[in-house]
Write a protein that binds this ligand. Structure first.
Ligand SMILES: [Zn+2]
Length: 535
């Protein structure tokens, strides 16, 4: 990797598939796990902890065969049970048999937990750590020991917490990982305690595992590194139970792009891989069927978005004035929000982004700006609807073909008693379209009136049908706006297609069906345009 630098190597350990899998509502399949492990390997993560063999069928399956990768595939499990020998503990035997490069044991390091949860003596817990580390070493595995509740344990009884860490290190563990299991430790405490541990155990063998219960898991990870630790454990998008684990998607760019760390440390993530970070983050959200956090540092859609007109003109001249790093470095892009506060430079920058470069004094820019302002005054929101903005701009330039007309539509909602005697609500839509000389009528039933309308609209577009087969609605949001004497409804729709592109469209009306119809139409026309459908 990085040749002859004087920088120190810092290691990244990902536990998305183990600690992250303990999140409420997260349930990875075997196929998910394999895909995520490959993605992490490709990103340049050093250790991929993929699960707890023996704890559930998915994890047992995952480790039942060799899965070659550059990263060290790590199996998680407990140290031997008190009062048993290593070879006589079925859980440990399964762990030792797992097809993994490394084994990460978890062990208690808080005397209170040893007594109350483990119901054993402090010495027996130390012996269990030593025996387990040795058994895994004897199997040829690299060994890590997660010291559970380390910081709370250290505050309660420093000598014992340290003894647990030392027992693992002396028995041959490559890494002793200090875990803030309850997530309540503060950065200055982490820095002090890790500093003390690094006097007894070399920092090159010390790792940090932080949880986000005070929103400081990332800061705690960096505090530990400043104090000497050289391994950071975390998860993609900060996934993890309660408030999550340290977010590697925030940690990686900081390590790569902030000179305080970049000048001192090398990590396994290359410049190229860093440029794919946004995609990695979004892919995990997709697998979990979650909308990406728009405000996520570095990779969020709003992370490099600027609204006010004066800022926008400065950004266009000199991006560094309002950006702490260049968005392209992490695969993100600068976004200048077109909104009622926006000035000419916002509109120009947005036009530039969609590939319409106009002179700033062009009269069409003035017209577009006025149109945007007028429409936003009645409720449209173009900063949240990039595709509708592009259509508006291109229509003004005469660049949007006239594909089809909707002569009329009819949406009907009926509540009735069905054959089983149950009360059901059924929605049906009829759409009458004209495509060229063809008149088409489509009828569809849906789970609601908007769904029925969407299905009917897309059921038969005649010669254009093949261009929209990959079109899918991924999000539908409604907001009632109170402006003036009557309320209006704003509908925002997010769509995607077979290429993985996402776009948003907007509709506004006093009537929710009409607002939805506008947003659906924009989405279909945008899809036809981007697919190059002929006029
Ligand atoms: Zn944890």
């Amino acid at each position: 990797m990085a040749g002859n630098s004087a920088r120190e190597r810092l290691y990244l350990f990902d536990t998305t598939l183990r600690d992250g899998a303990q999140t409420n509502g997260v349930d990875f399949t075997l196929a998910d796990k394999i895909e995520i492990a490959r993605m992490l390997d490709d990103l340049g993560i050093d250790y991929v902890e993929a699960g707890y063999p023996g704890a559930n069928p998915t994890d047992t399956n995952f480790f039942s065969e060799r899965r070659p990768m550059r990263a060290r595939l790590t199996a998680f499990g407990m140290t031997r049970r008190p009062g048993r020998s290593a070879s006589n503990d079925p859980g440990l035997v399964v762990l030792l048999e797992a097809e993994a490069d490394a084994i990460c044991f978890v062990a208690k390091s808080w005397d209170y937990h040893v007594r109350v949860a483990l119901e054993t003596t402090e010495d027996e817990n130390l012996a269990s750590i030593r025996d387990s580390v040795r058994a895994a070493k004897a199997k040829g595995r690299e060994v890590l020991l997660d010291c559970e509740h380390f910081f709370d344990g250290y505050k309660a009884k420093p000598a014992y917490a340290l003894a647990c860490a030392k027992a693992a290190h002396e028995a041959g563990a490559r890494w002793v990982v200090l875990c803030d299991t309850n997530g309540g430790t503060l950065p200055h405490e982490v820095e002090r305690i890790v500093g003390e541990i690094c006097k007894a155990i070399p920092g090159g063998a010390v790792g940090i595992h932080a949880h986000n219960d005070t929103e400081q898991a990332v800061a705690n990870s960096f505090a530990a590194v400043r104090a000497g630790a050289r391994q950071i454990q975390g998860t993609l998008n900060g996934l993890g139970e309660r408030c999550g684990n340290a977010n590697l998607v925030s940690i990686i760019p900081t390590l790569k792009l902030k000179p305080e760390y970049a000048d001192k440390f090398d990590i396994g993530v290359t410049e190229d891989a860093l440029g794919r970070l946004l995609r990695v983050s979004h892919r995990l959200d997709e697998l979990l069927n979650r909308a990406p956090d728009r405000h996520a540092p570095y990779v969020g859609e709003s992370a490099f978005a600027t609204k006010a007109g004066i800022h926008a003109s400065a950004i266009v001249k000199e991006p560094k004035t309002y950006e702490h790093v260049a968005p392209e470095r992490v695969g993100n892009k600068r976004k200048l929000l077109v909104s009622d506060q926006s000035g000419r430079s916002n509109v120009l920058a947005e036009l530039d982004r969609i590939g319409l470069s106009l002179d700033k004094d062009d009269v069409r820019v003035t017209r577009l700006l006025e149109e945007v302002k007028e429409r936003e005054a009645v409720g449209y929101a173009y900063e949240a609807a990039d595709a509708s903005f592009e259509l508006l701009a291109r229509r003004m330039m005469g660049q949007v073909p006239h594909y089809f007309d909707v002569d009329k539509f009819d949406v009907n909602v009926e509540q009735r008693v069905n054959a089983k005697g149950e009360r059901v609500t059924v929605s049906q839509a009829v759409v009458k379209l004209k495509v060229g000389d063809d008149e088409l009528i489509s009828v569809a039933e849906g789970i609601g009136p908007v769904n029925a309308l969407d299905l009917a609209l897309r059921k038969d577009l005649g010669k254009y049908q093949s261009f929209i087969t990959g079109l899918e609605l991924t999000d539908y949001r409604v907001r009632i706006l109170n402006g003036g004497t009557q309320a209006v409804t704003r509908v925002l729709i997010e769509s995607t297609d077979e290429t993985g592109d996402h776009w948003r469209t907007v509709g506004v009306s006093a009537n929710i069906i009409d607002a939805s119809f506008q947003a659906l139409m924009d989405s279909i026309v945008y899809k036809l345009m981007k697919s190059g459908a002929p006029a």
